[in-house]
Design a protein around this ligand. Structure first.
Ligand SMILES: Cc1cc2nc3c(=O)[nH]c(=O)nc-3n(C[C@H](O)[C@H](O)[C@H](O)COP(=O)(O)O)c2cc1C
Length: 384
């Protein structure tokens, strides 16, 4: 008997998710948010709406409202400092679509490894391996984003690449949420790519791939601005290491880069270094380092990219084996994303926001004794 552990992330801001794709729903508990944060539930709903299945013709057609129910941790719209619990129910699970998958392993999905490790598997929608779990992360991330906003930090993600179509984004730190969500003509930006020409080409490519009963991968870019210098801990808890883990924990992420990323391999030191411009505030002339040096935020925009594979579930016949090892073929039924990137964007943003909020709380907790702790001393009634 093995436990399915590892559902908690963070040190001072701790997030735990529970739920399965075809169970009653998902719960997320966010522990460690300071008291007194006004939580905008409309903004939280909007984040869930960006991740929601069925939002456009380019994504899975599973129909979920994804209405968040706050069970604990808020009083009159403000955090109390107690754990925040949010429930999102599953409404449109069609378990019959998965009947044929009970004893067959889908290529590229988690079926074989789950079977091997736990000896049993919730084949209906993938159980715990389903990316529907990311609905819980986005709910938690929406709270984290609101905490970050109190000190002017913002996380914006978008689709940089789908297949061979690459967006032209001259200044990643200047991309606005409006550009990601809406095209210049006012119509919804279904792909979430801020380069309108590339967005149109990506949408056409995703449509084509869907008609071909296939799927396609891509790259999302996520940028955080207003990140204070000094977040992150040497040695194992480097900011980029924690961000890397958070992004790699999202289903289907195959690689993560910061700054010039893998591009550093072909650069000389003279081409890769960022000359310092000033000490107060810390500023560099260029941002090839991507916002962290020595695992500690530099105050420059944090620039991350995640490579996301094509959804493995495709309605084409593929060779595989049954649980007993006998060869067979499988054609995956059900409703699946032909390209994960448009729905990935809010998930990636949420994970980055959660890590930044956690490290911000850690930096506050590790402040020198001389610094204001914002704590009232007993009896004096004065803030220290
Ligand atoms: C937002 C989102 C939606 C996803 N939807 C699907 C899907 O419809 N079909 C599918 O096969 N995989 C989907 N995935 C990816 C699988 O969950 C993932 O490939 C699987 O759990 C195996 O994990 P791994 O690819 O990280 O090894 C999705 C991932 C994300 C981030």
């Amino acid at each position: 008997m093995r436990a399915m552990a590892g559902s908690t992330l963070g040190t001072l801001l701790r997030v735990t998710t529970a739920g399965e794709s075809h169970g009653p729903g998902y719960v997320v508990i966010v522990d460690g948010v300071p008291a007194g944060l006004a939580v905008d539930l409309e903004a939280l709903r909007a984040e869930l709406g960006r991740r929601r299945p069925g939002q456009s013709r380019l994504v899975t057609q599973r129909r979920e409202e994804d209405e968040p129910e706050v069970l604990a941790g808020l009083l009159d719209g403000q955090t109390t400092g107690a754990p925040i619990a949010i429930l999102v129910r599953n409404r449109d699970a069609r378990s019959a679509d998965y009947d044929e998958l009970a004893g067959v392993w889908r290529p590229g999905h988690a079926d074989a490894t789950f079977d091997l490790k736990y000896g049993l598997r919730d084949h209906r929608g993938g159980g715990r391996s389903s990316a529907r779990e990311t609905v819980a992360r986005v709910a938690a991330g929406a709270v984290a984003k609101q905490l970050l906003a109190t000190f002017g930090c913002r996380v914006v993600g978008w689709v940089r690449q789908v297949g061979e179509v690459v967006a032209e984004v001259p200044d990643p730190a200047a991309v606005t949420p409006g550009q990601v969500e809406t095209l210049p003509d006012g119509s919804p930006n279904l792909v979430r790519c801020p380069d309108p020409a590339a967005a149109a080409a990506m949408a056409a490519l995703i449509e084509r791939v869907r008609r071909e009963r296939d799927s396609i991968g891509g790259i999302a870019e996520i940028v955080a601005t207003g990140v204070p210098a000094g977040l992150g801990e040497p040695v194992f808890d480097k900011l980029k290491a924690d961000l890397g883990k958070a992004l790699l924990s999202i289903p289907a992420v195959m690689g993560v880069e910061t700054g010039v990323g893998f591009g550093c391999a072909v650069l000389r030191g003279s081409q890769c270094n960022d000359p310092w411009l000033s000490a107060e505030p810390l500023r560099t002339a260029t941002n090839r380092h991507g916002g962290t040096l020595g695992g500690i935020s530099s105050g420059m925009p944090l620039v991350l990219r995640a490579a996301v594979k094509p959804a493995s579930s495709i309605a084409r016949e593929q060779g595989t084996v049954r649980r007993d090892g006998t060869p067979t073929t499988v054609r995956v039924k059900g409703r699946h994303d032909p390209c994960l990137l448009p729905r990935f964007v809010p998930v990636g943003e949420a994970m980055v926001a959660l890590v930044l909020a956690d490290h911000w709380l850690r930096a506050r907790a590790a402040a020198p004794l001389s610094a204001s702790m914002g704590v009232r001393s007993p009896g004096s009634g004065e803030a220290e």
